[in-house]
Design a protein around this ligand. Structure first.
Ligand code: G3P
Length: 217
């Protein structure tokens, strides 16, 4: 399972990239707004830090506008993945860009039918938003199971990229279901490492080691 980080904060990305555990980055207009930077500059800097796919989202809502923005954004670096919303214009743009050999991430997916359309449009990634479904009383992870079942039935090559992750359990559930990618907020990525028994165990080992008076080197 690949781990992407869901942020446009270059400082956070640099720190996570240094762990060797980061496979890509997803951004969206809200995350770019939070970063305070200019979209093209932010994407260029992220691409200089991470070799894997870096999603940059178009903001036009019509097909021609999306295409123009996509053609501009994909010139920033080879690993730019164009993110389009799950609308008719977004799907049209996805089809055309994928025919041109550009990676496309179709975002704002909330139903299995939408995911099916994205795969038929040649998306490299589909981004179902599990947290936002949980927020309105649905079971977001059920959508992931349904999409995986549909994609497996037809051997679609579109990767299931679990988005809008709210806690570490979402990540574990996604892995158990065999989702291809999870895009995870930085705070939750760091939380994945933590377990109180790991900290307690390490403290005990170090206390006993100090009693030996030894040093390894
Ligand atoms: O980047 C898309 C998605 O992960 C957004 O998550 O937390 O705004 O629902 P959230």
């Amino acid at each position: 399972m690949r781990f992407f980080v869901d942020t446009a904060d270059v400082g956070e990305i640099r720190e996570l990239a240094a762990t060797g555990l980061l496979d890509g980055v997803t951004t969206n207009p809200s995350l770019v707004m939070k970063s305070g930077g200019k979209m093209a500059d932010v994407i260029a800097e992220i691409c200089s830090l991470v070799d894997g796919p870096v999603s940059a989202e178009v903001t036009a809502t019509d097909h021609e506008g999306m295409l123009k923005e996509a053609h501009y954004l994909r010139e920033i670096a080879d690993n730019v993945t164009i993110k389009v919303p799950l609308t008719v214009d977004g799907l049209k743009t996805c089809k055309l860009l994928s025919n041109e050999g550009t990676m496309v991430n179709v975002t704002l997916c909330f139903s299995p039918a939408q995911a099916l359309l994205a795969a038929k449009a040649g998306a490299s990634f589909i981004s179902p938003f599990v947290g936002r479904l949980d927020d309105i009383g649905h079971e977001g992870m059920d959508l992931i199971a349904e999409i995986i079942e549909i994609y497996d039935n037809y051997d679609f090559e579109t990767d299931v990229l679990v988005a809008s992750i709210r806690h570490t359990t979402h990540v574990v559930q996604a892995a158990k279901m065999g989702a291809d990618v999870a895009t995870i907020p930085p705070k939750i990525l760091w939380q994945l490492v933590k377990h109180p028994l790991t900290d307690k165990g390490l403290d005990a080992f170090l206390a006993d080691w100090a009693k030996t008076g030894q040093s390894i080197l």
